[in-house]
Write a protein that binds this ligand. Structure first.
Ligand SMILES: *Cc1c(COP(=O)(O)O)cnc(C)c1O
Length: 431
């Protein structure tokens, strides 16, 4: 199976985190997101233990909550000692409402509004990552008016090609995020940032992309960033104490995927940081990481009900389900691949090859094509695996479909952590 928390019980039903998914679908309805709390916690601890072992605990893991943002997730990661990376006022609001301490929050965004900056400043978030020069000026003005000084990091494009999909590649010069290193833009930003009285520049940030399967792009980014820290020291006489190296470790979406485990990636990054610091005689910085997908991705699956099967002779067979791009837009967006199985026939061989189609009025509303699957009939429960990241958080009300419920399972017991939207919720803001 794709992840060790997937098993098949005596009835041939797929179990996830010890819970029978067929029973969950019956009890809670479909589409249904199911998250495994133990796996989320294990992943949090995995990250923390590498920082403890390899770096004396001199770091903070900030869960990148855009992967899956809901109050219970912030409570879980907070209780494991993690902070959170937020990218909007809405994520910040959710994190604070859930009780996440503001000082453990990193605020991101390449296009933050004045009201989002004001909220971050007045609520006291620990660090704000600044993306462009006019933002420095706005943030300084907003902080000054609030009588606050804010800790900032500068988002740097280190010029690393991380061999991932173009849409999720962010470290190159042609990216909408941050200051480019090779053009001198980044150094100019460091100089500019030091001139604002209400901004306290504490360090640098980079994030080279997402679903990266190898260690080397990360290690290379770390070397480039430490080199730049040393260059800042020699040119400006300033020793910045913090380095935030973003997120991006990949996960297994299909049986064919073979990503480096995140522990290995973090170990390689910290090794590169220590080596580069030693050779530049630069003090080892406090390190921040922002993993999202690798904490929640494999810890989630989605259950659907099969509504119909449609065979187009010599072309393809569609298995049509009661959800689709409204709960998982990733195939429509990136042609992302998934594994699926019929949860109530999980022990049977996946002898068919099908296209899984959603219920939305778009031909591109697919969960995947050429997917091996057990023979499906209407009424079956379909499980799509590894949907814990960038599914619920990217869900929409397209076609006025209510957003699906999320249940959290722990040792076989399930509880609702996000309720299914009702039709009343759908019209709540209509006038
Ligand atoms: C998306 C993002 C992350 C998380 O990426 P994952 O691939 O989910 O680990 C972290 N930091 C920033 C700035 C991001 O944009």
């Amino acid at each position: 199976m794709l992840t060790p928390n997937l098993t098949v019980n005596a009835e041939g039903h797929l179990c996830f985190g010890g819970a029978d998914t067929v029973a969950l679908a019956k009890q809670h309805g479909t589409p249904l997101y199911v998250m495994d709390e133990n796996m989320i916690r294990e992943n949090c601890r995995g990250y923390e233990s590498v920082i403890a072992q390899e770096y004396g605990g001199r770091g903070l893991i900030c869960y990148a909550s855009k992967a899956l943002s809901c109050m219970e997730l912030y409570r879980i990661v907070d209780s494991e000692g993690l902070g959170a990376d937020v990218i909007s006022g809405g994520e910040l609001y959710t994190a604070l409402k859930a009780g996440m301490p503001a000082e453990k929050i990193v605020m991101h965004g390449n296009s933050k509004s004045d009201s989002e900056l004001h909220m971050a400043v007045t609520r006291g978030v620990g660090r704000i990552v600044c993306d462009h020069l006019p933002e420095l000026e706005r943030l300084d003005r907003i902080a000054g008016a609030a009588g606050k000084t804010v800790n900032i990091l500068l988002r740097i494009k280190p010029g690393i090609d991380a061999h991932t999909h173009d849409f999720v590649k962010t470290g190159c010069i042609d990216s909408k995020f941050g200051f480019a290193l090779e053009t001198g833009e980044a150094m100019a930003a460091v100089k500019a940032a030091s001139l604002y009285p209400n901004l306290n520049l504490v360090g640098l940030h980079c994030h080279i992309g997402s679903q990266i399967l190898e260690t080397e792009p990360f290690a290379e980014a770390a070397r480039v960033m430490v080199k730049f820290l040393a260059q800042i020291r020699s040119e400006l006489g300033v020793t910045l104490p913090e380095l935030n190296l973003g997120g991006g470790p990949g996960i297994r979406y299909t049986e064919a995927d073979d990503p480096k485990p995140f522990g290995e990636i973090i170990r390689a990054i910290l090794g590169a940081v220590k080596e580069s610091c030693a050779s530049a005689e630069f003090p080892e910085p406090f390190i921040l990481f922002e993993p999202g997908r690798s904490i929640v991705g494999g810890a989630g699956l989605t259950l659907y009900t099969v509504m119909a099967k449609k065979t187009i002779p010599d072309i393809r067979t569609y298995v049509l389900v009661d959800g689709g791009m409204c709960d998982n837009p990733r195939y429509a967006l990136y042609h992302s691949r998934y594994e699926a199985l019929i949860a109530n026939k999980a022990a049977a061989p996946r002898s068919a090859s099908v296209t899984i189609g959603g219920k939305c009025c778009e031909s591109g509303d697919l969960i995947g094509e050429d997917m091996p699957l057990q023979e499906a009939v209407p009424g079956d429960t379909l499980a799509v695996l590894a949907t814990g990241a960038y599914n619920y958080s990217m869900a929409s009300n397209y076609n006025r479909n209510p957003r699906a419920e999320i249940v959290m399972v722990r040792d076989g017991a399930a509880r609702t952590v996000v309720k299914r939207e009702s039709y009343l919720d759908i019209i709540a803001n209509d006038i």
